[in-house]
Design a protein around this ligand. Structure first.
Ligand code: NAP
Length: 271
């Protein structure tokens, strides 16, 4: 799916999320100097000892935030933040009326942040996860749980009979027909991995003037949002879940783990 957006020439160094120390700055850089600790979003090139970051997508990393926590934040954290705050319209200060949320794959990189950020708002959170991650997802602050490998879990039915005002959909392969009966009258599914069928559903819902909607998420990284997430980690309000740490010399192990689709939280590579 991403082929049109990725470089066609090899060698290509992947990875967009990094944390580290500034070694050298370009002549136009105003706010950072050598020695500063930072977190940055790159357009690639992160799986390396040295990388080039834009000032516009780099934020300061305070001492309370470890390099691993910083590197665990960018794309997954920003996607969860944008899905909740922008696409679902949730206020993350606890104001507004209560929103019933379903978060799928709550044990994954994006899902773990979605649950924790949702807790900053006035929400009731139902989360899907496998049995082995029950305790983890509970500790993140979800109110109710579904095991995606059971029939009730696969049907996404709220254990307490609630209808969902918004679904932050971080899993794959769940059709609209499974979501639709579980949504409130104006319920939305925010799809973090929209495929062809998602775009067909968006078009059909528009044609039918449906109040229930599917909203594809295209995350646009913003410095102020990354700064907000780093501050939440500093204040102890957000705790990145780290699946595993791998040395850069074994980056292929980290990659295999990521591709496997069964990580609990984020996978870190350290030089
Ligand atoms: N739109 C954007 O900008 C954006 C940004 C970042 C990521 N994404 C997308 O968001 C999706 C999630 O990414 P991620 O990094 O969070 O995934 P991930 O970390 O690879 O997710 C793995 C976790 O999901 C659980 N899981 C797998 N299938 C599940 C299901 N059907 N129901 C419930 N839990 C399930 C696994 O549990 P078990 O091990 O128990 O199976 C595992 O803990 C990906 O498709 C990714 O491409 C989109």
């Amino acid at each position: 799916m991403l082929r049109p957006f990725l470089p066609r020439k090899f060698p290509y160094t992947p990875v967009t999320d990094v944390a580290g120390e500034v070694i050298k700055v370009g002549s136009g850089v105003k706010n950072y100097k050598a020695g500063d600790k930072v977190v940055a979003v790159l357009s690639g090139g992160g799986l390396a000892e040295f990388a080039v970051a834009k000032e516009s997508l780099t934020v300061a990393r305070p001492p309370e935030v470890s390099a691993a926590e910083g590197a665990a934040l960018p794309i997954a954290g920003l996607a969860a933040h944008q899905a909740l705050n922008q696409s679902a319209g949730l206020k993350l200060d606890g104001s507004g009326k209560q929103v019933n949320l379903l978060i799928t794959a709550a044990s994954g990189g994006v899902g773990q942040y979605a649950v924790q950020l949702a807790n900053l708002g006035n929400t009731h959170v139902t989360a899907t996860r496998g049995a082995r991650n029950m305790d983890l997802v509970k500790s993140l602050g979800a109110d109710e749980f579904l095991d995606y490998k059971t029939s009730d879990g696969a049907a996404l039915k709220s254990p307490s009979g609630r209808k969902y005002d918004a679904v932050i959909h971080c899993a794959t392969g769940i059709p609209w027909s499974t979501f639709a009966p579980n949504l409130s009258a104006n319920g939305k599914v925010i799809d973090t991995t929209p495929g062809f069928s998602a775009f067909m559903t968006v078009a059909l819902k528009k044609l039918a003037f449906s109040k229930k909607k599917l909203v594809p998420l295209f995350m646009t990284p913003k410095k102020e949002n990354l700064d907000y997430l780093v501050k939440l980690v500093k204040e102890g309000k957000l705790k990145p879940v780290i699946d595993s740490n791998h040395p850069l010399s074994k980056a292929e192990d980290a990659w295999a783990k990521s591709i496997d689709g069964h990580a609990t939280g984020k996978i870190i590579v350290e030089p």
